[in-house]
Design a protein around this ligand. Structure first.
Ligand code: AMP
Length: 298
């Protein structure tokens, strides 16, 4: 009879940042690398892919679940953002996660807390232009989380492409002892990028949201056929999205490393990034032209 491999021990849920730091210090002293995946919870297969990558790269794995109030604008969905810590821990248990860091807001932002990390030009366009203060909130909380966990390899998703670049820049600029790994976008079988916010979509909106990946796929195929005009590629992606979205914040091709605008033609690579509302739900997605395969596959 085949032996079942023993399931890994359940993750320890810690609320206190000092306890997490001590646990990570012990792991490092014992010769383990630490892998870290920051999240806001409501975990889906996209998050779990990042966690598996952390597990592959490190002997000790920490996942944070923290809905960071400072990265939400006043009219955004902080209050109703989906939260279910018990379900999140159950999803992480089979993956061999050592610690789930689930701090209270007051222990991340205790009374008197006033230091903020202000990212530079990389945070200005795209999301930065539509969500005032968002990346200051992201950079500040990620710096705090990196401070809590200590030296580690951190896995971030390319779904939030600009966030990945902002965090990479911060790590370099502040000499933080963290290796950043970007993980490819994980999609549902029909192509929709997985997101905790997809639960807000009605069945009809869920169908309409497929216009986003259809637009990105059309543009990636046009690029593969030789189209290089940044405006033509943007128009190509925009066409299906315009028919389906309630509003579009941006459909823009930008330099894949600096997010600088592209005046004429795309050279080797460019990120084509989209943010729009389907119904009342704001969704983002992207494809890196010249690097990613068309997201709807062959
Ligand atoms: P969030 O909980 O939405 O803040 O996301 C936590 C991390 O998971 C971020 O690094 C995201 O970029 C990443 N992530 C979220 N959705 C996906 C996805 N569909 N594919 C890859 N990474 C993702």
């Amino acid at each position: 009879m085949a032996q079942r491999s023993p399931s890994p021990p359940a993750p320890v849920v810690l609320l206190d940042p000092a306890e997490v730091r001590a646990a990570c210090d012990r792991a490092r002293a014992g010769g383990h690398g630490v892998g870290f995946v920051p999240t806001m919870g409501a975990l889906h297969q996209g998050h779990l892919a990042l966690v598996s990558e952390a597990r592959r790269r490190a002997g000790y794995v920490v996942v944070s679940v923290f809905v960071n109030p400072k990265q939400f604008g006043p009219n955004e969905d902080f209050a109703r953002y989906p939260r279910d810590l018990a379900a999140d821990v159950a999803k992480l248990a089979p993956l061999g996660v050592d610690v789930v860091l689930a701090p209270h807001v007051d222990s991340v932002y205790p009374p008197g807390d006033e230091t903020r990390v202000r990212p530079g030009a990389i945070a200005a366009p795209l999301e930065g232009a539509h969500r005032a203060g968002h990346f200051e909130g992201v950079a500040t909380v990620v710096a705090k989380l990196f401070g809590i966990v200590g030296p580690c390899v951190a896995i971030l998703g390319r779904k939030d492409y600009q966030q990945l670049l902002v965090v990479r820049r911060m790590v370099r600029d502040l000499f933080l002892p963290v290796d950043i790994v970007g993980h490819p976008i994980v999609r549902d079988p029909d192509g929709l990028a997985m997101s905790s916010r997809n639960v807000y979509l009605s069945p009809d909106e869920r169908r309409r949201a497929l216009a986003i990946v259809a637009g990105l796929d059309d543009a990636a195929r046009a690029f593969a056929r030789g189209e290089r005009s940044a405006r033509a590629l943007e128009r190509c992606a925009r066409a299906p999205i315009e028919l389906a979205a309630a509003s579009i914040d941006y459909v823009e091709a930008r330099d894949a490393d600096t997010l600088a605008p592209i005046e004429g033609d795309v050279a080797a690579r460019a990120v084509l990034a989209v943010a729009c509302r389907v119904g009342a739900t704001r969704l983002i997605d992207n494809v890196v032209l010249g690097e990613d395969a068309p997201p709807l596959g062959s």
